[in-house]
Design a protein around this ligand. Structure first.
Ligand SMILES: Cc1cc2nc3c(=O)[nH]c(=O)nc-3n(C[C@H](O)[C@H](O)[C@H](O)COP(=O)(O)OP(=O)(O)OC[C@H]3O[C@@H](n4cnc5c(N)ncnc54)[C@H](O)[C@@H]3O)c2cc1C
Length: 435
């Protein structure tokens, strides 16, 4: 298939969805090319297994698990719906001021903390336990509509069936309203470059074969794992270095009375150790099917506790990792935790254990799963592969996804990407050009 457009956007997740909506709203002709399907049966284990890369078993060459979703809306379909701005300094050191864009992003995503009864009694008891132990535990900001959220049976990480959680599909719908086209099942392999300028993209469409689009401007938003592969195949060999994934580990216990298993995830937490130690603590447990798999991988003897899932409480330690992994041109990747990365997680596990015990979990019930990453990024960093306008060495070839983030944030990423997407749209097609 051969097509022509003004803006070709590769990938429809947090970065791609934002740029698509902004450019289409300003009158640009936008074509979004998405590798994954456009499944609508969201909010169940089947959906999560179907859309997770390698059905949830994607690992680095060293065996570290990393999660990403290949579907329209990208990984935003599986988020916990938690909003957080990045730590100070990450973008400021490049003279990038995202503050006006954060405000717009938070407005679009209707960011707010959830009321106590939606958060749930079990999760609130962890907040209280953390505060009794002298930490500052607070409610976290969410891009979840409390009116629509079903608190006692939350399915955020399976894709919210109630549409309470914001996903990039909202931006894709807005882009479509303004004339954009979103084509699923198209895997882009390469950027077509002519005379040092981007001239389009080439790839493959399921059921149709070779696929090529001519475009005036190309925006790669295939994520921290996807974009560097396309760049390497297009001759930009610096892409792929410095991979981070914000590794996380869950410390899990069982409460004799409270039922935390189905509470919405990451609704409270503490940033006490964020700047000083490089980790964030926040209650989450895996959805119940993945919980069984996690038990099998980390501690098979714990499988006897699986039926007690409703009484489980978990605290996630999300750490800042070294920008030290590498994405290869054949889509394999190298990532293992350094000694310092592991030490941060261990400190978080020790503190989480104290909080679970203080909240009343049984000591013998506590165990820890294997570390994995859910925020692949850093592989086309600002200052290295892209400039501060997110443009590569190839004219009119831009990147807008987690691969441009200069450093592991150890925190939710979506708000940062929405802000970057809005800023990029201002650069490519300022509002004044609106038709
Ligand atoms: C379980 C889980 C929970 C999370 N919770 C939160 C949270 O609470 N808050 C938060 O802020 N963040 C959260 N995140 C992280 C967040 O979802 C991601 O960091 C963010 O979506 C990354 O955006 P992106 O644009 O870089 O990539 P993605 O959103 O992953 O989008 C990339 C898109 O590109 C497509 N693609 C890839 N390769 C190609 C190709 N060759 N051709 C065409 N298309 C391609 C993919 O299919 C995908 O749709 C979570 C992630 C996971 C997995």
């Amino acid at each position: 298939m051969q097509m022509k457009t003004e803006y070709a956007i590769v990938g429809s997740g947090a970065g791609g969805g934002t740029v698509a909506a902004e450019l289409a709203r300003r009158g640009g002709r936008v074509l979004v090319l998405e590798r994954g399907p456009d499944y609508c049966f969201v909010g169940n284990h089947l959906f999560a297994v179907a859309v997770l890369d390698k059905h949830g078993f994607l690992t680095s060459q060293e065996g570290m698990g990393v999660a990403r979703a290949l579907v329209t809306g990208g990984s935003t379909m599986l988020t916990c719906g938690t909003a957080s701005r990045p730590p100070g300094g990450v973008f400021e050191r490049f003279d990038i001021d995202l503050s006006p864009y954060f405000e717009k992003a938070e407005e679009d995503l209707r960011v707010t903390a959830l009321p106590d009864d939606t958060i749930g009694e079990a999760t609130m008891s962890l907040l209280e336990a953390g505060n009794r132990l002298g930490m500052k535990w607070v409610k976290l900001e969410k891009f979840i509509d409390p009116e629509k959220c079903e608190p006692r049976y939350c399915n955020c990480m399976l894709g919210c069936p109630k549409e309470a959680k914001w996903t990039a599909r909202e931006y894709l719908d807005e882009a479509k309203k303004h004339g954009a086209e979103v084509i699923p099942h198209v895997k882009i392999d390469e950027v077509v470059i002519s005379g040092g300028e981007a001239a389009g993209v080439k790839g493959w469409q399921k059921g149709a074969g070779d696929f090529e689009v001519e475009a005036d401007t190309v925006i790669l938003s295939a994520g921290g794992l996807g974009t560097p592969v396309i760049l390497q195949r297009s001759g930009i060999y610096d892409a792929g270095k410095g991979f981070f994934c914000d590794p996380l580990v869950f410390t899990i216990g069982i409460h004799p009375r409270l039922k935390g298993g189905f509470d919405p995830p990451m609704t409270v937490g503490t940033f006490d150790f964020w700047e000083s130690e490089g980790f964030l603590l926040s209650p989450v447990v895996d959805p119940w099917v993945s919980m069984g798999l996690e038990m099998m991988k980390a501690k098979p003897s714990k499988l006897v506790d699986w039926p007690k899932y409703p009484g489980m409480m978990g605290i996630m330690t999300k750490g800042k990792d070294a920008v030290a992994g590498r994405i290869n041109v054949d889509e394999t990747f190298s990532k293992q935790l350094t000694y310092e990365d592991r030490a941060k997680l261990d400190k978080g596990i020790a503190i989480s254990t104290k909080v679970l015990l203080e909240a009343g979990c049984k000591p013998e019930s506590i165990w820890v799963n294997k570390p994995r990453g859910a925020h692949p990024g850093g592989t086309c960093r600002i200052g290295e592969v892209v400039n501060t306008d997110l443009e590569t060495e190839v004219k009119n070839l831009f990147i807008c996804d987690a691969s441009v983030i200069p450093d592991s944030l150890a925190a939710p990423v979506v708000i940062t990407l929405v802000a970057l997407g809005k800023r990029l749209a201002d650069h490519i097609r300022p509002e004044a050009q609106e038709t």
